[in-house]
Design a protein around this ligand. Structure first.
Ligand SMILES: NC(=O)c1ccc[n+]([C@@H]2O[C@H](COP(=O)([O-])OP(=O)(O)OC[C@H]3O[C@@H](n4cnc5c(N)ncnc54)[C@H](O)[C@@H]3O)[C@@H](O)[C@H]2O)c1
Ligand SMILES: [Zn+2]
Length: 371
C-alpha cells in the first residue's frame, strides 16, 4: 500500500506531546518510516513483542526500517497477562542496558495490550523516558490501549497498579493483523468497540451489529472501518481529557460492574466478557433509576450476543462478593459507587458534576440480586 491511502488522526496530549494515529491495512511494512518520522532523534530502535506476535510480525516490522543508518533490534517476552509484571519490566530493561541503548534509543511496542502497556512502561521509565511507537495487533489494543498514553504493569494485589502516563510518539495500526488473531480475542476486543457505540454513536453500534459475523471472522475490509471509528472516538475523548478528571470517565461505561465481576471471578472471567455483562447490568440499572430509555439494555444485549459475548453473570456467581468489589473501588465516594449511565444507545446521561452517577449500596444490591 501507499502511505497516502492511510487515515491519520491527531491526538492532543499534555506538554505539547501531540501525536498521530495512522491506520491502514499493510502499514506494518511502513512502521520504520513512521517511527523515524515521528522520532527523528532515535538512533537505536528496539522492537518489543511477546513470543507469539514476534514470530508472526517481528521480521516484517524490523525489515520496515530498511537498510538505514539506525539500528533495529528485537526483544521478546512470554505471551499472556501473567507476564505483565515488574519482573518482565526489569528483565526487558536489563536487556536494553546490556545492548547499551542510551538516551538516543526508542521502543516499538508491537502486539496486544500486554505488549503495549509493558513496552510502553519500559519506554516511560528507561533513562527517564524514551520515545515509544505503539503498533497494536489485537482489537483490544487497536481500539483501546494503544491510544491514550496509559502504560503499566500488574502486581499481585491488582491490575495496572504500577505505571505511568507516556504518550506515544506515534501509533501505527494495521487492521490486517487481526486476521491471525484468535476469534475469542476478536470477540473480546469488540466489546470495547460496542462500548464506544453505546456511549457516543448509535449508528456505529448498529454498524457493528450488522457486520458482527464478518468482524468475528476478522475480515480486514470490515475490521478496518470499525477500528478507525473506535479510534476516532477514543482519540476525541482523550484529547479533551487526558488524565481522567472529566470526559474520559465516559469510557468507564460497563466497567464499574465489569471490574467487580472480573475481580469476583478471580480474573478467570476475561475482561471483555466482564465488560459485556457490566454494560448490560449498568443499562438495566439506568433503566430502573429512570435515567436510561426503556429497551436500551435489550438493545445492548442483542448487540453483544451477536458478538458472541456473554450478557449475564457466569454460573455460580455470588452477588455479595461482586458488591464487595463494587464498594472497594477507588472511585467510591461517601460509600456510593460511581457509575456511568446511558441516556439511550449512543448517549451518556450527564451527572452533576461529571459523568458518573452515585449509586447507593442497597440499590446496587437489588440490581445484583435480580441479575
Ligand atoms: N493502557 C490502556 O489504556 C489499556 C486499555 C485496555 C486494555 N489494556 C490492557 O490490555 C491488556 C489486554 O490486551 P489484549 O487482549 O490485547 O492481550 P494480549 O496482549 O495478551 O493479547 C492477547 C493474545 O493475543 C495474541 N495476539 C495479539 N495480537 C495477535 C495477532 N495479530 N495474531 C495472533 N495473536 C495475537 C497475544 O500473543 C496474546 O496471546 C490488559 O493487560 C489490559 O490491562 C490497557
Ligand atoms: Zn475495558
Amino acid at each position: 500500500m501507499t502511505r497516502t491511502s492511510a487515515t491519520r488522526i491527531a491526538v492532543r496530549a499534555s506538554g505539547g506531546r501531540d501525536y498521530e494515529v495512522v491506520i491502514g491495512s499493510g502499514l506494518l511494512d511502513h512502521v520504520g518510516v513512521e517511527a523515524r518520522e515521528a522520532a527523528p532523534g532515535v538512533r537505536h530502535w528496539v522492537v518489543i513483542a511477546d513470543h507469539t506476535v514476534d514470530e508472526l510480525y517481528g521480521d516484517r516490522v524490523s525489515r520496515s526500517f530498511g537498510a538505514s543508518d539506525v539500528s533495529v533490534r528485537r526483544l521478546t517476552f512470554p505471551a499472556g497477562e501473567r507476564h505483565k509484571t515488574r519482573d518482565t519490566w526489569a528483565s526487558l530493561t536489563d536487556r536494553l542496558l546490556d545492548l547499551a541503548v542510551g538516551r538516543d534509543g526508542g521502543i516499538v511496542a508491537l502486539g496486544g495490550g500486554v505488549a503495549g502497556d509493558l513496552a510502553g512502561f519500559v519506554a516511560a521509565t528507561y533513562m527517564r523516558g524514551i520515545p515509544v511507537v505503539q503498533v497494536p495487533t489485537s482489537i483490544v489494543a487497536m481500539v483501546d490501549s494503544a491510544v491514550g498514553g496509559k502504560t503499566g504493569v500488574d502486581t499481585p494485589l491488582g491490575k495496572n497498579l504500577v505505571g505511568a502516563f507516556h504518550a506515544p510518539a506515534r501509533v501505527v495500526v494495521d487492521p490486517a493483523t487481526v486476521e491471525t488473531l484468535p476469534r475469542a480475542q476478536r470477540s473480546e476486543g469488540l466489546a470495547e468497540a460496542a462500548k464506544h457505540g453505546a456511549i457516543i454513536d448509535d449508528g456505529y453500534a448498529r454498524e457493528i451489529r450488522l457486520h458482527a459475523g464478518a468482524l468475528l471472522d476478522g475480515r480486514p475490509s470490515v475490521v478496518e472501518p470499525v477500528v478507525r471509528r473506535s479510534i476516532e472516538i477514543k482519540a476525541e475523548v482523550v484529547s479533551q481529557d487526558e488524565r481522567e478528571g472529566g470526559l474520559r470517565e465516559v469510557l468507564n461505561f460497563g466497567h464499574t460492574l465489569g471490574h467487580a465481576f472480573e475481580a469476583a471471578s478471580d480474573y478467570r472471567l476475561p475482561h471483555g466478557h466482564a465488560v459485556a455483562v457490566g454494560m448490560v447490568c449498568e443499562a438495566r440499572l439506568g433503566e430502573s433509576l429512570g435515567l436510561t430509555a426503556p429497551g436500551t439494555a435489550d438493545e445492548l444485549r442483542t448487540l453483544l450476543e451477536a458478538l458472541e459475548l456473554p450478557v449475564a453473570p457466569p454460573a455460580g456467581w455470588d452477588p455479595a462478593s461482586v458488591l464487595g468489589f463494587v464498594q472497594a473501588d477507588k472511585k467510591v465516594r461517601d460509600g456510593k459507587a460511581r457509575v456511568v449511565l446511558l441516556e439511550c444507545m449512543g448517549r451518556v446521561a450527564p451527572a452533576a458534576p461529571g459523568w458518573a452517577h452515585p449509586v447507593a449500596p442497597n440499590v446496587m444490591r437489588e440490581l445484583l440480586d435480580s441479575a
